[in-house]
Design a binder for this molecule. Structure first.
Ligand code: NAP
Length: 272
C-alpha cells in the first residue's frame, strides 16, 4: 500500500463528489481521493470491469466509502446509468474528479506520424477528451448550487515528449475542452480547471515506452530536483475542489516540481 501523507481537516465536510479513474493504489485519482476523504468529503467512484471492482473496493472501504458504479466512458448507457444512480443517491453533488485517459501501446512509442492510426486517434480522443466533456456536462447538471470540476493533464499537451505522441494531442484537446467547459459552466457557479502533473509511476505511465526515462529526466531537470509527489498533486486537487480555489476557473496548474519552466537543463551549462 502507498504511504502518502495527507493532512486532515474539514475543508470538504458536507461536500460530495464523483471520482473517475481509480485503477489501483498508485492511481492519481486514488491519491486525490485519500486527500479529499481526509478533509471530510463523501465520495462515489466509477470503475471499469469486474477485475477493477475487486481491486478498488478494498481501497475505498479503507477510507470509509462504499459507492462504486461500473462505467466504461465510451458507453452512453453506462454513463446514463452512473449519473442516474448518483442522482438517486445524493440528488446533487459538489465536485467531479476526471482522471481517465487511454491510448494504445503501439501508439505510445516511436514516430507519432507513422504510428497514429485513425482508429487509435479516435479512441484516444473519445476516452481521454470526450469523456471529460460528457462527464462535466452530466456532473454539472447535478450541481445546482455550483461546484468544481478537475481533470488531469500533462506537459505533453504543450511540448513534444518522446513516445507521448497521440496522447499529447489528446491532452492538448483536453486542455482546450477544459477552457470551453469553464466558459460554459462558469456562469452557473461551476469552476472547471486542470492539473498538469509531472510523470508519476502509475499503470497509465507504464503503457508509455520510455516512461522510466521520463521520470528520471523529470527529476533531474526539475527546479526542485525531485519526483512529482502524490501529496502535491492531491493537495492541488483539494485546493481546486474546495472553497480555497474560489475565483479560479479555466486554469491549468502545473504540479511537476517546476519542470515545465526549464528551457535548458543545468547540465548543459556546465562547460560554458
Ligand atoms: P491510472 O491509474 O492507470 O488511471 C487511468 C484510469 O483511466 C484507470 O482507472 C483506467 O481504467 C481509466 N480508463 C481508461 N479507459 C477507460 C474507459 N474506457 N472507461 C473508464 N475508465 C477508463 O493512471 P494515472 O496516471 O493515475 O492516470 C490518471 C490521469 O492522470 C490520466 O488522465 C493521465 O493521463 C493523467 N496524468 C498522468 C500522469 C502520470 O505520469 N501518471 C501525469 C500527468 C497526467 P482501466 O485501468 O480499467 O483502463
Amino acid at each position: 500500500m502507498s504511504d502518502w501523507q495527507f493532512p486532515g481537516g474539514d475543508l470538504m465536510k458536507g461536500r460530495r463528489g464523483l471520482v473517475m479513474g481509480v485503477a489501483n493504489d498508485r492511481s492519481i485519482a486514488w491519491g486525490i481521493s485519500q486527500q479529499l476523504a481526509a478533509q471530510g468529503a463523501d465520495l462515489a467512484f466509477t470503475y471499469q470491469g469486474e477485475a477493477l471492482e475487486r481491486r478498488v473496493r478494498p481501497l475505498i472501504e479503507s477510507i470509509g466509502m462504499s459507492t462504486m458504479i461500473p462505467v466504461d466512458v465510451t458507453s452512453d448507457t453506462d454513463m446514463d446509468a452512473a449519473f442516474a444512480k448518483l442522482k438517486s443517491l445524493w440528488g446533487k453533488i459538489d465536485f467531479l474528479v476526471h482522471a481517465i485517459a487511454f491510448a494504445g501501446k503501439d501508439e505510445l512509442q516511436g514516430s507519432f506520424v507513422d504510428n497514429t492510426t485513425r482508429e487509435g486517434f479516435r479512441r484516444a480522443m473519445d476516452i481521454s477528451v470526450f469523456s471529460f466533456v460528457d462527464a462535466a456536462k452530466r456532473a454539472s447538471a447535478l450541481m445546482p448550487d455550483g461546484g468544481s470540476v478537475v481533470t488531469l493533464t500533462y506537459l505533453g499537451a504543450e511540448r513534444v515528449v518522446p513516445s507521448y505522441n497521440v496522447m499529447g494531442v489528446a491532452k492538448a484537446g483536453l486542455e482546450a475542452a477544459m477552457r470551453y467547459a469553464a466558459r460554459d459552466l462558469g456562469p452557473r457557479g461551476v469552476r472547471v480547471n486542470a492539473i498538469s502533473a509531472g510523470p508519476m509511476r502509475t499503470l497509465a505511465m507504464a503503457g508509455i515506452r520510455g516512461g522510466r526515462q521520463l521520470m528520471s529526466t523529470g527529476k533531474q531537470w526539475s527546479l526542485l530536483k525531485e519526483d512529482t509527489s502524490m501529496e502535491g498533486v492531491a493537495g492541488c486537487a483539494l485546493y481546486l475542489l474546495s472553497p480555497l480555489g474560489r475565483s479560479i476557473a479555466g486554469e491549468v496548474i502545473h504540479v511537476d516540481a517546476g519542470f515545465h519552466v526549464v528551457g535548458v537543463p543545468d547540465e548543459a551549462g556546465d562547460d560554458v
